[in-house]
Design a binder for this molecule. Structure first.
Ligand code: ADP
Ligand code: ADP
Ligand code: MG
Length: 666
């Protein structure tokens, strides 16, 4: 076994690999760029080697620097993680020449599977079912149209070298092909330096199901069942789970057998993933093979008990697999949520910045469910513009799917992030949706369920109760403190009558304290809520408690006469008033919201690349106001109406925060 491994990666996957190495008694080296000098991975590794500027093509993608770092530190093997050099056969060969073991498959297997056209031809020869289509290069748009018409619409135009959801277009008609073919070709050329394109049948309303395989250097290959990754946004995975709610034992066995056959055909000798697209009738077709550890591998580890990183290290060192297919079984259900630095309320625009607060759920057994949180950042760290905007991969395991969904919903409640925007409320919304619970998944799920984007969900009755109870309990703590009781939970006033107004809905409550329990009576509804196990101090951003026996955590912040509370996908302003002031409130004319229609505000923090209008200029709806760069992406801000620009709030070169005024209409 190796005594020292170098990790040619960063962030959560570097941290995750270090954890397994530590358990195996293997020393670790990480390489790091400028942006990662103070990262969690650097602080956890036994040694760290600086490899250059932040852009990956000057650091993490430079094979020479990685190999030099191995020689310098005496690392015997390199784990590439995913992304970066993980699927680069040239790098794997360079490692071998330099006498360093590449912890991944042999380079010929990477080559055979690295390219979508080649791998499909290969798979077809190995007897794997592939998506019907033209598996070969296409010369021009006219050729593309001919092929699309042979296959029959809809079709998918794909870059052979594509990955990470880039270089893919769906075409429903001739015009889509005429436009899409050159667009995909240009994107492929830019992103992958390779403009070979092919076309295959688009499977309507499909599901993404993939099989985890594992091989050793002695000809053994097994599979570790499937993961379903159908919850995607723009072909990028957001929520994954294992097993898949679609598969029955027979389909699972058939997919597993095909995946193993393909892996054997390329002498696969590490962990890898065979991706399929499945129709709702359970027919399935090979998509591609990823010859690396997969981002969503934790859900497989949770249902099989196998540490995939450990197995990759062992087989790279020449060990034989110590278990057989028949030793493996699916135990329970696991879900992974990718926590991204993006603002779900603003069309998921990237949202960068410093994690000014980052509270994570406790990992391990939580009674009924288990939590795992793979993360590469700590409170105070910066989500950098240079790399993937992923903050964490939060996983929940339980004996069955409903338990795993409930566990994930609870784990998301216990996650608190301040600084960058994050998609936690969106993920919570999915967990609360009956359709997700029913397992009726498809890669269109997000488009179907949130056709106009995400703006939260209306509260379910128990969610309204949680919000009301939290507000009442916090109000009591603050009232007690105001009375000089020192903020403890035994205020002088034992019984109170209040009016709680949440988003215009008025509810009268009568609160009685009974030891540590609050009884919250709702006289008009004829119910009494029982709030127990209260855990909150003034200033804390999370309020935990047990409502009628059910544990919950809500995200809370003080606001005038009450609080702003977010619970799951519900965000409400809540007022806690005395009956008298509630009556006064009712008689007050409703305050008109400030008129923001004349303002053009920045939807995210970023840099103003150009200001494309001038003061006094007449602009038309849709005209470009300015361009803002954030997360290495240029975002075009357009006028939402016609009008004259009265004044500008920013100029080219300015840094702007979210909501900063960019321009004002007259
Ligand atoms: P998975 O299928 O494991 O979820 P993704 O397709 O989302 O993986 O990609 C995993 C990681 O690798 C991501 O960080 C993604 O940005 C990166 N990646 C995937 N393919 C490429 C590629 N061809 N070039 C650069 N990065 C890639
Ligand atoms: P990448 O290398 O970017 O991961 P894939 O070929 O794996 O590219 O496709 C990414 C996603 O696009 C899949 O997860 C699936 O949701 C969707 N997809 C790919 N091919 C098809 C197809 N033929 N029909 C329907 N959906 C597809
Ligand atoms: Mg894929």
């Amino acid at each position: 076994m190796f005594s020292k491994i170098l990790i040619a990666n960063r962030g959560e996957i570097a941290v995750r690999i270090i954890k397994t190495c530590r358990r195996m008694g293997i020393a670790t080296v990480v390489v790091y760029s400028e942006a990662d000098a103070d990262s969690l991975a650097v602080s956890m590794a036994d040694e760290a080697v600086f490899i250059g500027p932040s852009p990956a093509n000057q650091s993490y993608l430079v094979a020479d620097k990685i190999i030099a770092a191995c020689h310098e530190t005496g690392a015997q093997a390199v784990h590439p993680g995913f992304g970066f050099l993980s699927e680069n056969a040239g790098f794997a060969r360079r490692c071998a020449e330099a006498g360093v073991v590449f912890i991944g498959p042999n380079p010929d297997a990477i080559d055979a599977m690295g390219d979508k056209i080649q791998s499909k031809l290969f798979a077809a020869r190995a007897g794997i079912s592939i998506v019907p289509g033209h598996i070969g290069e296409i010369d021009d748009a006219a050729h593309a149209v001919r092929i699309a018409e042979e296959i029959g619409y809809p079709v998918m135009i794909k870059a052979s070298a594509g990955g990470g959801g880039k270089g893919i277009r769906v075409a429903w008609a001739r015009q889509d092909v005429e436009e899409g073919f050159p667009a995909v070709r240009a994107e492929a050329k830019g992103a992958f330096g390779d403009d070979r394109i092919f076309i295959e049948k688009f499977i309507v309303d499909p599901r993404h199901i993939e099989i985890q395989v594992l091989g050793d250097k002695h000809g053994h290959v097994i599979h570790l069942f499937e993961r379903e990754c159908s919850i995607q946004r723009r072909n990028q995975k957001v929520i994954e789970e294992a097993p898949s709610p679609l598969l029955d034992a027979e389909t699972r066995a058939a997919m597993g057998a095909q995946a193993v056959a393909l892996a054997k055909a390329v002498n696969y000798d590490s962990a890898g993933t065979v991706e399929f697209v499945a129709a709702q009738d359970k027919s399935f077709y090979f998509l591609e093979m990823n010859t690396r550890l997969q981002v969503e591998h934790p859900v497989t580890e949770l249902i099989t008990g196998v540490d995939l990183v450990e197995q990759m290290i062992r087989v790279a060192a020449g060990e034989r697999l110590t278990f057989d297919q028949s030793d493996l079984a699916i135990d329970g259900w696991a879900i992974e949520s990718r926590i991204y630095a993006e603002d779900p309320y603003r069309k998921f625009l990237p949202s960068i910045g410093r994690l000014s607060r980052y509270l994570t759920p406790a990992e391990g057994d939580r009674g009924g469910y288990r939590v795992r949180n793979d993360t590469g950042v700590r409170e105070g760290d910066e989500i950098s513009t240079f790399y993937d905007p992923m903050i964490a991969k939060l996983c929940a395991w339980a004996p069955d799917r409903p338990g795993a969904i409930a566990g994930m919903a609870r784990a998301l409640e216990d996650l608190h992030i301040e600084g960058p925007g994050h998609n936690t409320p969106f993920l919570a919304a999915v967990m609360d949706q009956p359709r997700y619970g029913s397992g009726q998944l498809s890669t269109n799920y997000i488009k179907d369920e949130f056709p106009d984007g995400f703006s939260g969900l209306p509260p379910q009755p128990w969610q309204s109760d949680v919000i009301l109870a939290s507000a009442v309990a916090m109000h009591r703590v603050l009232a007690a403190r105001a009375l000089g009781a020192g903020g403890d939970l035994s205020p002088k006033v034992k019984r109170n009558t209040w009016v709680v107004v949440a988003e215009g809905r008025r509810r009268d409550v009568e609160v009685t304290e009974n030891g540590s329990v609050l009884a919250i009576a709702l006289p008009t509804e004829g119910r009494i809520l029982r709030l127990d196990e209260i855990d909150w101090r003034p200033g804390a951003p999370l309020f935990s408690g047990q409502l009628d026996g059910r544990d919950f955590t809500a995200t809370v912040a003080p606001a005038a006469e009450g609080f702003t509370i977010r619970f799951h996908a519900v965000r409400q302003r809540v007022l806690v008033l005395t009956p008298m002031s509630a009556d006064l409130h009712q008689r007050l004319p409703p305050k008109a919201p400030p008129d923001t229609s004349r303002l053009v505000v920045s939807p995210m923090p970023g840099l103003v690349v150009s200001m494309d209008v001038a003061e006094g200029e007449e602009v038309k709806e849709g005209q470009v106001i300015c361009v803002i760069e954030a997360m290495k992406m240029q975002n075009i801000i357009r006028a939402e109406r016609d009008g004259r620009i009265e004044s500008l709030g920013a100029k080219a070169g300015d840094s702007v925060a979210a909501d900063d005024v960019l321009a004002r209409f007259a």
